[in-house]
Design a protein around this ligand. Structure first.
Ligand SMILES: Nc1ncnc2c1ncn2[C@@H]1O[C@H](COP(=O)(O)OP(=O)(O)O)[C@@H](O)[C@H]1O
Ligand SMILES: [Mg+2]
Length: 374
């Protein structure tokens, strides 16, 4: 697996950018898709390496499903191309693209048993009986469906139905697996378990996989890389580490994780937000309007002023999140409406220095941990 090292800068660990190696496994070039006069995909380009697990992530309506449909051949783009190992597949029908698809709704055949659902594609292709039986048995074991072979979909839980749907799409041994929000109809616990199983399965099979999700936590926990979309465009492509720690745009910063994202102006030594100056190292033109981002876990919260402190605020909410305690602060009240800030404190720190609603605290940050967006 391509675990991303903190601070790594390469966009794709397994992709030699610009040559040297073989062609990428899947490459999308300048894809443009319109419905009527609405542009749904605008100049979408990216490449995926063999065996990678990639998530398309973004808000509802940003074009994730449309992009997946174009890859599957179920929708046609007006411009651009899709290549597989260097050869164009953009004009092939779905049946000739060698892809498996799983949707949010399980779309199992209600009148067929688990075994018959899984075998469906193989039976349609008139494969020999022994081959079908062996493949189905293998998938039943792989997806932990033993004991459910002869049940009908209505007799299964949501998680089990989604496993059957996955087994059915894997039966034809696709070279590319496309998943459209396959976990979003499931309850939180099943969903978390199944996503772990999915990643394990994908790694074991070495199956190049693209999954659509609007859930940033899901994307971050599963992906080798994330393609983050907004309004039909790609905002950033990167590892979960890069997307969280090196967001390319304010949109990405805002969409991923929680944070303190504030409008300000460049001034000597940092960015002025309200009446305070947040320290930062970015090169900025004087008085330039920009936005600053600080992650809650990078904030320092203290009862007295420290070398890092830049503002004093009032705690107006305390959230106990388990491993951390999150303080919501109002800064600058009295003079102006002020801004709201969040700071995460580890439970150990909190136990030694608890805080409560109504109390005053200093907030501070290292200049290194402040990102600036123009
Ligand atoms: N068949 C269609 N006809 C017209 N508009 C569509 C069609 N499918 C999707 N759209 C529009 O395209 C945009 C992107 O949709 P979609 O790809 O489903 O987004 P996502 O999966 O990111 O939620 C939306 O504005 C949606 O309304
Ligand atoms: Mg969708």
């Amino acid at each position: 697996m391509t675990a991303s090292a903190p601070g790594s800068v390469a966009a794709a660990p397994r992709l030699a950018a610009g040559g040297g190696g073989a062609a990428p496994y899947i490459e999308v070039r300048g894809l443009h898709k319109r419905y009527g006069d609405t542009d749904v995909l605008r100049d979408v380009s990216f490449a995926i390496a063999e065996g990678e697990f990639v998530c398309f992530l973004g808000p509802s309506g940003c074009g994730k499903t449309t992009l997946l449909m174009c890859l599957a051949g179920l929708e046609q783009a007006q411009a651009g191309d899709i290549l597989k190992q260097g050869a164009s597949i953009g004009h092939l029908p779905p049946s000739r693209r060698d892809v498996g698809i799983v949707f949010q709704s399980y779309a199992l055949f209600p009148n067929l048993t688990v075994v018959d659902n899984i075998a469906f594609g193989l039976v349609s292709q008139r494969r020999p009986r022994p081959e079908i039986e062996a493949t189905v048995a293998e998938l039943i074991a792989l997806l932990s469906l033993q004991g459910h072979e002869h049940k009908f979909p209505s007799q299964l839980s949501g998680g089990q139905q989604q496993r059957v749907a996955l087994a059915r799409s894997l039966a034809l041994k696709p070279s590319l697996l496309l998943l459209d929000e396959p976990l979003s109809a499931l309850d939180a616990q099943v969903r978390t378990r199944l996503r772990g199983e999915l990643r394990e399965l994908q790694t074991r099979l070495g199956l190049t996989t693209i999954m659509v999700t609007h859930d940033q936590e899901e994307a971050q926990s599963l992906s080798d890389r994330i393609v983050l979309m907004n309004h039909g465009r790609i905002e950033q492509i990167g590892t979960p580490w890069q997307i969280y720690n090196q967001p390319a745009t304010a949109f990405v910063a805002d969409f991923i994780g929680s944070g303190n994202l504030h409008a300000g102006t460049a001034t000597a030594g940092g960015v002025r937000v309200d009446a305070f100056v947040v320290p930062c190292h970015a090169a900025m033109a004087p008085s330039q309007a920009l936005r600053v981002l600080m992650r809650p876990e990078d904030m320092e919260l203290s009862a007295t002023r420290t070398a890092l402190s830049f503002a004093e605020g009032t705690v107006h909410q305390v959230e106990h999140l388990g491993a951390v305690v999150r303080a919501h602060l109002q800064v600058g009240a009295g003079e102006r409406p002020g801004t709201r800030w969040v700071a995460d404190v580890s439970k150990k720190t909190y136990a030694g220095q608890p805080f409560a609603v109504g109390e005053s605290r200093w907030i501070g940050v290292h200049a290194d941990d402040v990102k600036v967006f123009t």
